[in-house]
Design a protein around this ligand. Structure first.
Ligand SMILES: [Zn+2]
Length: 125
């Protein structure tokens, strides 16, 4: 069995939604020490819907593929659904990740959580 699924390789080679949203409603940045991944997630939210999402990831291929897939999964979805995205769902959408790379999908989930938290705190002001 190949180490990475074709979907992981596809999203790693052609990541979706890479970039920065200048006037983002929520920004989340997380990192992990295990393979030195740093992930920054930008959300544009209108009427409770994730209108746009972009990310920057410095890290391993799994982290890039996970954040790319995660953005695809939440784009156009209600905030409530984005909040419930799990790293398992991201890994499943990628047709699986090697066990020792699961933490990279956790990072994608945490980056979205952090961005949503930022969005909530801005909204309360
Ligand atoms: Zn990683």
């Amino acid at each position: 069995m190949a180490l990475y699924s074709e979907k992981v390789m596809d999203h790693f080679r052609n990541p979706r939604n890479v970039g920065v949203i200048e006037d983002a409603d929520g920004v989340g940045e997380v990192g992990n020490a295990k393979c030195g991944d740093i992930m920054k997630m930008y959300l544009k939210i209108e009427d409770g819907i994730v209108k746009d999402v972009k990310f920057e990831t410095f890290g391993c291929g799994s982290a890039i593929a996970s954040s790319s897939m995660a953005t695809e999964l939440i784009k156009g979805k209600p905030v409530e659904e984005a909040r419930q995205l799990t790293n398992q769902a991201v890994a499943e959408a990628l047709d699986g990740l090697p066990d020792y790379k699961m933490h990279c999908s956790v990072l994608a989930q945490e980056a979205i959580e952090a961005a949503l938290k930022d969005y909530e705190s801005k909204k309360e002001e």
